[in-house]
Design a binder for this molecule. Sequence first.
Ligand code: URA
Length: 439
Amino acid sequence: MRAVDIIMNKRAGKELSREEIRFLIGGYVAGEIPDYQVSAWAMAVFFQGMSPAETAALTEVMLRSGAVIDLSGVPGPLVDKHSTGGVGDKTSLIIAPLVAALGIRDPMMSGRALGHTGGTLDKLEAVPGYRTGLSPEEFKNILIRDGFAMTGQTKDIVPADRLLYALRDVTGAVESIPLITASILSKKAAEGAEALVLDVKYGSGAFMKNPADAERLARSLVDTGSAMGKKIIALLTDMDEPLGRMVGNFLEVEECYDCLDGKGGGGSADLMEVSLELAARMLILGGRAKDAGAARAQCEETLATGKPRELFLANIKSQGGNPEEFLKMKGTYRSSHRGEITAGEEGYISRIDAWKTGHAGVELGVGRNRTEDPVSPTAGIEFLKKSGDRVRKGEPLMIVWGKDAASLEAALPGLAAAVEYSPDPPAKRNLILKEIGGL
Ligand code: URA
């Protein structure tokens, strides 16, 4: 077999066999097939798609590219959630301690910033000392002790996704339904979760720009995951505007801690709404609640006890950070390169474009342009106003921090252009569009 023939077969729209997929992915992970051939193949998949059988084979081959974490013996229910990616999309850091406080165990394997979207691992590593490259043994011990543990793809676990994810990111091959399906489900199968809630996002800040494509992705995820024996629910959620008050690595960890205050999450109502709906589905899949209404009520009662916040801090300690230091850094750990966006018009903010915000975030240093680029822990954006707010011309709308002066300067025009205004209040956004799959 030759990699070039496999690339040409896919380019011609042919269905690849499991052997061809195994040859290509296996050769890539072994260092025998170079990046340039795999990126050409990924681009061919991007344009030609994959059949359900190919998608299932790719998922399986990626999963088998490394070790699978054995969570047998860990008392369940083992339920996780994963998002297809967004801007300010930080629900994992709220949901994991919340459902853990309700008796679910959440073994969470996440990714890094991809394209214009943020990455859970980059956010967590903004907390000094926090380690996301856990060994399977550490992952299991922390999961048992704290009720959740956060790790990433390593050279041992789903190495194929670690390589392919980074390659797609820098070669324009992210927004492909089969590649996203295999990337997410290989990680999720390797981490040992029995059930999975998927947050499939649509809108300018998502990889799927409209609800119809997001629904196609959700169905691919639910069908492929169900065939692998997982219980799955997918929610289609709005990602046309950034979620919450912050975009940035440390900033987002900080916002999640604030959201666990048991008083409704401060100014992050949209973030809390999506987090609670996802957490509710996790309780249903874990057999802890009969319906979403009852599950949400349990989540709200538990937030009021303060237990999720304690677990959040316990996890920082378990994974190498210092909770006391984190609390001291809160509110001040920011880059010294600071700017502001002020209102260009009088009226209501009708929309803040998530895609433009995400790109500005990459410019600021929140995300990366090349695989090897470091991300900045202290760069980011704080929204002082969001859509629906009335503003006066010249009023501050955002505080912005860049990793250096040049990146700050480069990001400001794009951020100003992300804000849209209207003379009348905009219609209320519907954050949750549809539920797919289920018990
Ligand atoms: N999230 C993932 O884990 N993989 C993708 O390809 C896209 C989003």
